[in-house]
Design a protein around this ligand. Structure first.
Ligand SMILES: Nc1ncnc2c1ncn2[C@@H]1O[C@H](COP(=O)(O)OP(=O)(O)OP(=O)(O)O)[C@@H](O)[C@H]1O
Ligand SMILES: [Mg+2]
Length: 278
């Protein structure tokens, strides 16, 4: 089925980010460019510490960039004369470590965004939150607190909390990293279902290469620090995808392609680490 989404196209153009803690320059991202089409699931893989989160944070507006520009649907988020993007509900982030309010129920957490933005009344926001949680298979835990449900459930609730704002882009920074394999596969299926429903653009940082191919339309492999696009692998496996997909010849071929590029960078990162230690 063609993706008819026309919102959420991200252009990352020649972005450089230099941190300057106490006068010591750390170049995290260098001249990095990527084009992400509206409604695309774009997976980012690369060595640890290479600058992936830095790039995501710049898109979210959590920190500035040193040079280059980032556009959303052709509009400048940050670039010349505007080092930092405004934070906005059209770009929602789900972090590596959970960020639900522990003192609010799942429904209250999900309803929070529309409530504080004054977009709907409390009753309307709560009703929508409960409906959306039910759609995500969490209908029977809407009145529970995050501490009372499994980590998988609270991560799913976090994605619902992001989606209730109807974002153009969902920015995911390894939200399932610490989970066991079974929970993770359930999370991925749930994310794919959500994607099929919403067709929201997804920018997803992930370490696991198989998962990157299973979920993505494209896998962008980035270099060891400073982060730059090394290679883009297109995943032309039709959706909906199932776990059987992973045993296909096509999948294995893609795995080899991604693995080779990542491995090269991992070796460089390792050698760079050794040089730093020497
Ligand atoms: N606030 C900061 N000040 C100074 N340096 C920073 C800051 N944040 C990150 N860095 C450095 O920038 C580099 C890139 O960090 P970043 O967190 O973006 O990498 P990453 O690819 O997300 O890593 P990981 O895969 O481990 O999550 C690292 O060398 C890190 O130490
Ligand atoms: Mg990171």
């Amino acid at each position: 089925m063609p993706n008819l989404n026309t919102r959420g196209a991200l252009s990352i153009r020649n972005v450089t980010k230099i941190y300057d803690p106490e006068g010591v320059n750390v170049m995290a991202v260098k001249d990095c460019s990527m084009e992400i089409a509206a409604g695309e699931v774009c997976m980012i893989v690369g060595p640890s510490g290479c600058g992936k989160t830095t790039l995501l944070n710049a898109i979210a507006g959590f920190h500035s960039i040193t040079s280059g520009e980032i556009l959303l649907d052709g509009e400048l988020l940050c670039g010349p004369g505007k080092p930092k993007a405004d934070q906005g509900a059209e770009r929602m982030v789900v972090f590596q470590h959970g960020a639900l309010f522990p003192w609010k129920t799942l429904a209250q957490n999900v309803a929070y965004g529309p409530r504080v933005q004054g977009r709907s009344s409390k009753a309307e926001a709560m009703e929508k939150a409960r409906d959306m949680l039910a759609e995500a298979g969490l209908g029977n835990v809407t009145e529970k607190y995050p501490g009372e449900v499994s980590s998988g459930m609270s991560r799913r609730a976090e994605i619902v909390r992001a989606l209730i704002n109807d974002p153009k882009v969902l920015l995911l920074d390894e939200p399932y990293r610490a989970m066991d394999a079974l929970t993770k596969s359930i999370m991925h299926e749930s994310l794919l279902e959500t994607y099929d429903r919403t067709k929201v653009t997804i920018f997803f940082i992930i370490h696991d290469l198989e998962e990157a191919i299973f979920l993505g339309d494209k896998v962008h492999i980035v270099t060891t620090r400073p982060c730059q696009l090394k290679k883009t692998v297109e995943v032309n496996i039709p959706r909906p995808r199932s776990y059987q997909t992973q045993s296909s010849e096509e999948f294995r071929h893609l795995m080899e392609e991604v693995n080779e590029a990542v491995h090269e960078e991992a070796i460089k990162a390792f050698q760079a680490g050794e040089r730093e230690l020497a």
